[in-house]
Design a protein around this ligand. Structure first.
Ligand code: FES
Length: 215
């Protein structure tokens, strides 16, 4: 019996169709690869700080609050600063944040913070002076998961409300799930003004790993 004429589409096993299918399959694999790479680049890019974010900027601390720190003895001082920040296509903007400052005995501070001074010959694990003019500035972010901790004057300790990490006046980790003590930030004096540099360190790691110079 005569069969009606078939196109290659109707007869999947013809050599023409096999080669067409192979071509289509290869094309799909190549396109998937292209799309995958296209998606991977922004994802990977999001994990790496952008060029603009790999250097920090110095921000002045409020004069009055720094004056309080100069007078302080055993009480930490919460100090605000204004930081300029800029994302690729957005206009530069400034925002206010705060850090904690303490006045320390440098020798005691070194002894209390082995998690910072853990390099050869007691070198700090950060590339800047941690103690400046007997002051130490702490990032306000808890090294556990980044919540903001507070100073509990009655306990004489820093306490994080999120999961209960506790730190001494010197920022040493005393209790709770945090993997290290409080993170010190760079500070310098410039034209009579104290300035700090914001650095965000990775949470949950015992080591201090920079993830951003922006809030
Ligand atoms: S974020 Fe501070 S204890 Fe978890």
């Amino acid at each position: 019996m005569a069969h009606p004429a078939h196109s290659a589409y109707d007869e999947p096993q013809t050599p023409d169709e096999i080669s067409r299918r192979t071509f289509m399959a290869n094309a799909v694999i190549v396109m998937s690869g292209v799309i995958g790479v296209g998606l991977a680049i922004p994802i990977i890019g999001g994990l790496i700080p952008s060029g603009a974010a790999t250097t920090g900027t110095w921000s002045p601390l409020t004069k009055a609050e720094f004056g309080d720190l100069e007078k302080a003895t055993s009480t930490p001082v919460k100090m605000t600063f204004s930081m300029m920040t800029k994302d690729a296509y957005l206009p530069e903007e400034s925002f206010e944040d705060y850090v904690w400052g303490i006045k320390v005995d440098p020798t005691k501070f070194r002894a209390d913070r082995p998690d910072i001074f853990n390099g050869p010959n007691g070198k700090a694990d950060v590339p800047y002076h941690v103690v400046n003019m007997s002051f130490v500035i702490f990032s306000p972010l808890c090294p556990h998961l980044g919540c903001r901790y507070n100073w509990d004057a009655s306990a004489n300790k820093f306490v994080c409300p999120c999961h209960g990490s506790v730190y001494s006046f010197d920022g040493a980790h005393l209790a709770g799930p945090a993997p290290r003590g409080l993170d010190p930030l760079p500070m310098r004096e410039q034209n009579g003004t104290a300035q700090i540099m914001w650095i965000r360190y990775a949470s949950t790691t015992p080591d201090r790993i920079v993830i951003s110079y922006k809030a």
